[in-house]
Design a protein around this ligand. Structure first.
Ligand code: ZN
Length: 122
């Protein structure tokens, strides 16, 4: 409307609308670029967190495996027979067998603590 002194008002109005649209689109593009950048940062952060969880979980698994192997070797080195295990070996075998089911409350607790750590980081 600044150039209302000119006779060709209609083309000017069109042009200013075009400019408005162009500015709006450019603003939207800038916002989108910013959103993508912050999303990228979030993903990078989550990747680091997931990598750390994977490492810890792998360490936990190998520790668990080591413990089981140690217990099994105790049974293997015992003087009792496979068909007639002594009380101690039966106890150990029972622990190994029920390891998965009895460990669940503990595993759930660990999972919960990992989740709360994740929330604190995020
Ligand atoms: Zn034994």
């Amino acid at each position: 409307m600044k150039k209302s002194t000119k006779l060709k008002t209609k083309p000017n109005l069109q042009e200013s609308r075009l400019r408005e649209n162009f500015e709006m689109l450019s603003q939207i593009r800038d916002d989108t670029v910013n959103d993508i950048e912050s999303l990228t940062e979030d993903f990078q952060h989550m990747t680091l967190v997931a990598e750390s969880i994977r490492r810890n979980y792998r360490a936990l698994l190998s520790e668990n495996q080591l413990l089981k192997n140690t217990l099994l070797s105790i049974v293997e080195e015992c003087e009792c027979w496979q068909s007639n295990r002594c009380d101690r070996c039966q106890q150990i075998l029972k622990i190994i067998a029920s390891d998965n089911s009895e460990d669940k409350p503990d595993a759930a607790r660990k999972y919960r603590s990992i989740l709360s750590q994740l929330r604190n980081l995020g």
